[in-house]
Design a protein around this ligand. Structure first.
Ligand code: GLA
Length: 791
């Protein structure tokens, strides 16, 4: 709900309020963002900055008002606010001062009225019949008041747009600039949102990393100064995600104030947090200004990407839950909101480029036998691609390699009872390709300068309309040529040169590329609404709300090691629901880290995302097949909960981690307990839970698991009735055919016990025997527990 009264603007969601006013008839003062409050004139007066005394040598605004020391909604250049400005707009003569003053506001039910003119994805309405009702939008209109434009009859208009999503405590923001003057202005920097708040004692949480190490959470305790994160990779990047959090110093996972921000955008972004000398904090998010220079011609308007913000007084989990709900209900394509996702087998880590029809079919046959539902053919099926040096752009099937047409392969796989999916990388062009031979000018590079390649390839210039048409056309033909129900959309190299040979203005290139990308994604996903698209960018280099607007899930990381995934999936979970994270069980030793982990642990961790397998199933032992078949059965039995439930970070101390996925009514949950290291004789594990019903009674059971006999090394004889020689033939044979049962544990306790006391689990194996119920957990090992309300 949004109310406008006496120049007091109150945007309310279920649990939050955002309040502003226009104290001097020109500037908008930000009064409050946080817990929900009622506002009237007296409250607004109480919340406003008082200026009964001028501040030293500060620049004066209206009366004693010092714009440098006031929480503002927007701030003009050249008015004495020395914090980072939300807009640097250059006039023809180079002047950057502006005087955007408030003139009017519009309030209406529904989303921003010009959303379809932005060329970018935006938050969707969601279910109109939901109790919370439809979103509401408020536009605050400002005009640049100068002598030649007279009073507020300005012809350069700025709109700050706020949309309230009551159901998930999210408010979105965007800035719109309309040039109705006769001259071109240059936008050098424009934020999607600016938020000023009181106080300086904040912690900034960012999600940073690299290839195979994406989105690790990092905290910075803020002091006076500027803190910045962002990307200039041309994509949202694996280095710094656009999602950030700002919390109190003593905020924990479940308690305390937490603000979170994100951007519905997939290109260069910047998040800047400035702690001012006056004891205030300013947060700005939007397009990264590095290399950005947008020429706003007469009659044109510029829309920033939509920014997203939420507040919770229930700690990091509270803010994460708001974001999860928002992503599920208002970002991902609505037909996939709560649609169950298939368990897939991907051939990449099983075969890499080295496959033929026989290998693929054998893999598919084994997958079908184990209960897997979707077969994904990864890189290497097109052009002359047998390594990563060639053929991107030539999306023609290599029938020789596939042993026939794509349709014949798909039909054969369908006949096994599996659906079929395919990998593409449509934003790229290899120098060795038919496409490059025909259109060298479609590759992004600067003529006359040395080219810098990534993975031997160039970016394809999506600012050129013919390029976009070519891609839409060739992929449409591909998707129609066979029964394809899933597409993995990859993007393996970041941008270097921001240059188009077609004449796109270089300062606009990076942004226009993203607009071009959205155009292609929209056309294709609209044309194939039932195809499940999974975003990918060398793993998770483009895990953002822009991509999720078209593709309901994203390949989280090329790192499939369970231990590394614990950090990557935890970091990702702060801003994104588990149902968006592709997570696969791969081989051991792991191909990225060479770390060995048990098949059970690999599954337990992957099952906390959208489950898939990515290993050569044809080489598995009988024992391993049995384990996978059991895992698939377990996942299917709990899939509704695991894919549509709420993900919570319950515990993380001393290398012990607990995560939980809970259904809406808190009747069923699955908890993951993870141990980074096996520590002999340290206290035993305690299972805590979160968000259950205090006095309801729950049955807690450990998921059945199997222990490979080789786990015991030469201790095998301690547990085996017949003598077995370690590393001997017998051990190898037994190891392949036989596993021991893991512990069984079962408890009946109230929600209160699980939440406030915790269950002391059975002792772990510590070298002094293997009793009944001993929990055998080495380094990097996990367990799953089901928690079900009784009665
Ligand atoms: C990227 C992806 C991988 C795989 C390869 C294929 O690295 O992240 O999952 O698809 O490309 O080349």
């Amino acid at each position: 709900m949004i109310t406008v009264r006496n120049y007091i603007y109150t945007i309310s969601t279920g649990n939050t309020s955002y309040v502003m006013s226009v104290p001097d008839g020109k500037n908008s003062e930000h009064l409050h963002y946080g817990r929900r409050i009622m506002t009237d004139d007296q409250t607004a007066y109480a919340l406003a900055e008082k200026y009964n005394n001028p501040y030293g040598n500060a620049i004066q605004g209206t009366g004693n008002m010092t714009l440098d020391n006031i929480c503002l909604e927007f701030s003009n250049a050249g008015t004495g606010d020395y914090r980072t400005l939300p807009l640097i707009l250059k006039r023809e003569d180079g002047c950057i001062s502006t005087r955007f003053y408030f003139v009017d506001s519009f309030l209406y039910e529904g989303l921003y009225r010009d959303r379809d003119k932005t060329g970018m994805p935006y938050a969707k309405e969601g279910d109109a019949s939901a109790e919370a009702g439809r979103p509401w939008t408020l536009e605050m209109i400002y005009r640049n008041r100068t002598e030649d434009t007279k009073d507020d009859d300005g012809t350069l208009e700025l709109r700050l747009v706020y949309t309230a999503f009551e159901d998930c405590d999210v408010i979105t923001r965007r800035t719109v600039l309309q040039n109705d003057t006769g001259v071109t202005y240059v936008i050098e920097d424009i934020s999607s949102m600016m938020l000023d708040m009181q106080g300086t004692d904040y912690v900034l949480k960012t999600f940073d990393g690299m290839w195979t190490r994406e989105r690790h959470a990092h905290d910075k305790v803020l002091e006076s100064g500027i803190y910045e994160t962002g990307s200039v990779h041309g994509i949202s990047s694996n280095v710094h995600n656009p999602f950030i959090m700002l919390s109190d110093i003593d905020t924990t996972e479940d308690h305390g104030d937490c603000y979170a921000f994100n951007l519905i955008y997939s290109g260069n972004h910047r998040e800047r947090v400035e702690v001012s000398e006056y004891g205030k904090v300013r947060i700005l998010t939007g397009i990264n200004p590095q290399g950005f220079e947008y020429r706003l011609k007469p009659g044109e308007s510029f829309h920033t990407p939509e920014a997203v913000m939420t507040y919770s007084d229930k700690g990091f989990n509270g803010a994460s839950h708001n974001m999860h709900k928002f992503v599920t209900d208002h970002i991902i394509p609505q037909q996939f909101c709560r649609a169950l996702r298939p368990i897939l087998i991907n051939n990449w880590e099983a075969t890499y480029f080295d496959f033929n029809r026989r290998k693929l079919i054998n893999l598919a046959k084994d997958a079908a036998r184990l209960g897997i539902e979707l077969f994904v053919l990864d890189d290497g099926w097109f052009g002359r691609r047998n390594d990563d040096t060639t053929s991107l752009g030539d999306w023609y099937v290599n029938e020789k390699k596939l042993g026939g047409s794509l349709k014949s392969l798909t039909d054969e796989i369908r006949a096994l009872g599996l659906k079929f999916g395919i990998w593409v990388e449509p934003e790229m062009i290899s120098k060795k390709s038919r496409l490059y031979e025909a259109h060298p000018d479609w590759a992004v590079s600067v003529p006359g300068m040395e080219d810098y390649l990534g993975r031997n390839q160039y970016n394809l210039d999506y600012t050129i309309p013919e390029v976009r048409d070519y891609i839409v056309d060739i992929l449409t033909r591909l998707l129609k040529s066979a029964d394809i129900s899933y597409v993995k959309w990859d993007m393996n190299r970041p941008f270097t040169d921001l240059y188009s040979k077609s004449g796109t203005y270089p300062g606009e290139f990076a942004h226009r590329y993203v607009l071009g990308l959205y155009d292609v994604m929209k056309r294709l996903t609209d044309a194939f609404p039932d195809v499940l698209f999974e975003g990918c960018s060398a793993g998770g280099s483009r895990f953002d709300l822009g991509i999720l607007s078209f593709m309901p899930q994203i390949w989280t990381s090329d790192d499939t090691d369970a231990n590394e995934r614990m950090k990557i999936q935890a970091g990702t979970s702060y801003g994104y629901p588990a149902s968006t994270m592709g997570a696969h069980v791969s081989a051991s030793p792991n191909h990225q880290t060479l770390r060995e982990t048990t098949l059970e642990t690999r599954f337990d961790v992957a099952s906390m995302g959208v489950l898939g397998y990515e290993l050569d199933l044809t080489r598995l032992s009988h024992a391993e097949r049995k384990i996978i078949a059991d895992q698939v059965r377990f996942y299917k039995a709990h899939r509704v909960l695991m894919q549509t439930g709420e993900f919570t970070r319950v515990y993380n101390r001393h290398g012990r981690v607990i995560w939980q996925i809970t259904d809406e009514k808190a009747e069923h949950a699955v908890a993951l307990l993870y141990r980074e290291y096996s520590e002999p004789n340290k206290s035993d594990d305690i299972l805590f839970a979160n968000g259950l019903i205090e006095d309801a009674v729950y049955k807690v059971r450990v998921k059945e698991s199997k222990i490979p006999v080789k786990t015991f090394g030469n201790l095998i004889n301690m547990v085996s009735p017949v003598h077995i020689k370690e590393e001997g033939v017998l051990q190898a044979i037994i190891g392949k055919a036989y596993t021991m049962d893991g512990e069984t544990e079962e408890y009946t306790v109230t929600g209160a016990v699980l939440m406030h006391a915790g269950i002391k689990l059975n002792s772990r194996f510590i070298g002094t025997g293997l009793g009944e119920g001993t929990r055998v957990m080495g380094d990097h090992s996990a367990r799953l527990y089901t928690i079900d309300k009784m009665g």
